[in-house]
Design a protein around this ligand. Structure first.
Ligand code: 4AD
Ligand code: MG
Length: 478
């Protein structure tokens, strides 16, 4: 007999049919009702055993977290909560789970919460919350590829080990196989000419520069891969290893770039609404329950499902950085000196400022454009005012910056002088500068932080809870 997935049995199972399912026991009540989950859906199937006719040694081994195979007949359920259940004919124990250890771990998360679970590498996956999050994470990854494929983009694999610092921020992890204790030295410095690649290399912070090469030949490309940042930000929104999606399009200007971003983010939200109903509903209810225990001021103004619909149905507010500074200066918290950081043209907006704009002033996703050149990366296109660049950041409620992008500087002379301003040696990026020498054209792109998007669509408030194995400062245990 072939195993059927619980999702399939629950949606297509015919009463009267024989069925074989395999999964992990979520609970075993009254020596009679086994709730089994196999990961195919958040829903459990109920298997009912006639315990009087069962081998007691087998029944004893049906404990929470143990793995079992159940053969039986699909029947209409007598109890509330499910339409069908399995009338058990045979149970096979596939893997035992020690009840005492289970008591200490699997059964406790309700008390210990998400932080405790982060330390329980594999058990974390068995919970409803993380099952829902990781099924949705998969769905969003698929939706992203589908969106770009449907629009004729090519998925470009950019390197993970690279010699360049795409963001020019110096927050890189060095990759080397030199002896860490006694590296070869030359003139008092490590001699990287003897290293594996004959030069210093690092884990990539962004695939953008390479993607630009792709776009300037293939027209429209996107990357979707891991990126690494050695920034020491121990926040609920930063990871040292995160995934980024970076589309890059030849002939696009900043306006086209904004349109693409907005379509893209709306598509993802709609995809989750359409395809992840059970998991989304679970996370929605979970949030409602958590909120009900919080003081009113800390509750979400809109619930999870409504937040997704809101993004799909409403236009993002677009304004320039300069206009945003004016809005902030007119704001109540500014006048009452409630902001921790000062507001002045030229500052890098702090998260309190971004949150004010998104959550209080406009109450919708916001696209800020045309930032001061000094606070943005070297490759962004210089505007005619000489002070600002064609940058855009998308700010989301509860998340802050979810997307960063720009129109790129396509003029060789301007790009070279920008690199000089930022102390970036031309020799390092000769291959990038070449694109501006042979048929350069206007082009634009952006980067979406995958985990930040997953936070938005799941309502999870800590970025560590939307990636299977979070990497953060002082933490790379498994
Ligand atoms: O704004 P960033 O640094 O932009 C770039 O890397 C550009 N090369 C993108 C491009 O134009 N192709 O990063 C883009 C996005 C941010 O908006 C944020 O969502 C996410 O990546 N991000 C992080 N997510 C998690 N942890 C971190 N440490 C992150 N740093 C950036
Ligand atoms: Mg950014």
């Amino acid at each position: 007999m072939k195993r059927e997935k619980i999702a399939d049995v629950l949606s297509n199972g015919q009463v009267g049919n024989d069925v074989l399912v395999k999964g992990w026991v979520r609970s075993f009540r009254a020596n009679r009702f086994i709730a089994i989950n196999d990961g195919s859906t958040i829903k459990n199937i109920q298997a009912v055993v006639d315990f009087e006719n069962f081998d007691e040694t087998i029944l004893k081994r049906i404990t929470t977290a143990s793995a079992i195979a159940v053969k039986g007949k699909i029947v209409e359920s007598q109890g509330a909560g499910q339409a069908i259940e399995i009338e058990v004919v045979d149970v096979e124990i596939l893997g035992d789970a020690n009840p005492e250890e289970v008591q200490k771990t699997v059964m406790q998360p309700r008390k210990h919460g998400l932080e405790f679970l982060r330390e329980q590498a594999h058990l974390r996956f068995r919970t409803n919350t993380f099952g829902a999050v990781f099924r949705i994470r998969h769905a969003v990854a698929y939706a992203i590829h589908k969106f770009f494929n449907d629009q004729g983009f090519y998925y470009l694999h950019t390197p993970i080990v690279t010699g360049s610092d795409a963001e020019g921020a110096g927050e890189m992890f060095r990759v080397t196989n030199l002896d860490p204790v006694n590296p070869p030295m030359l003139d008092g410095e490590v001699d990287y000419s003897q290293d594996f690649f004959g030069k210093p290399v690092n884990l990539t912070v962004s695939g953008q520069l390479e993607a630009e090469l792709g776009a300037l030949a293939l027209g429209q490309v996107y990357t979707f891969g891991p990126t690494f940042r050695a920034e020491n930000s121990n926040t609920s929104r930063h990871l040292a290893e995160f995934w980024m999606i970076e589309p890059e399009v030849a002939f696009n200007d900043l306006k086209d770039n904004m349109d693409l971003t907005e379509d893209f983010l709306k598509y993802i939200a709609q995809y989750v609404l359409d395809n992840c109903a059970d998991d989304l509903q679970f996370l929605h209810d979970r949030e409602v329950k958590e909120d009900s225990q919080k003081p009113t001021a800390e509750r979400n103004e809109m619930n999870l499902i409504d937040r997704l619909k809101f993004v799909v149905e409403n236009e993002f507010k677009r304004l320039t950085y300069t206009e945003a500074i004016e809005v902030l200066k007119r704001s109540k918290p500014y006048k009452k000196k409630k902001f921790q950081y000062d507001v002045e043209w030229g500052i890098d907006l702090q998260s309190e400022h971004e949150r004010y704009l998104v959550e209080k002033e406009f109450k919708c996703p916001v696209i800020l454009t045309d930032y001061p050149a000094e606070i943005k990366a070297f490759y962004m296109r210089q505007n005619d005012d000489g002070k600002t660049v064609a940058a855009m950041d998308v700010l989301f409620p509860g998340i802050g910056e979810i997307v960063g992008g720009s129109q790129r500087e396509e003029r060789l002379d301007v790009l070279k002088s920008k690199m000089a301003d930022f102390d970036i040696p031309e020799e390092e990026l000769w291959w990038y500068l070449d694109t501006r020498k042979f048929g350069t054209v206007p082009h634009a792109g952006f980067g979406l932080g995958f985990e930040r998007m997953i936070m938005f669509v799941t309502g999870m408030t800590n970025i560590r809870d939307v990636i299977p194995f979070p990497r953060t400062p002082q933490n790379a245990e498994f």
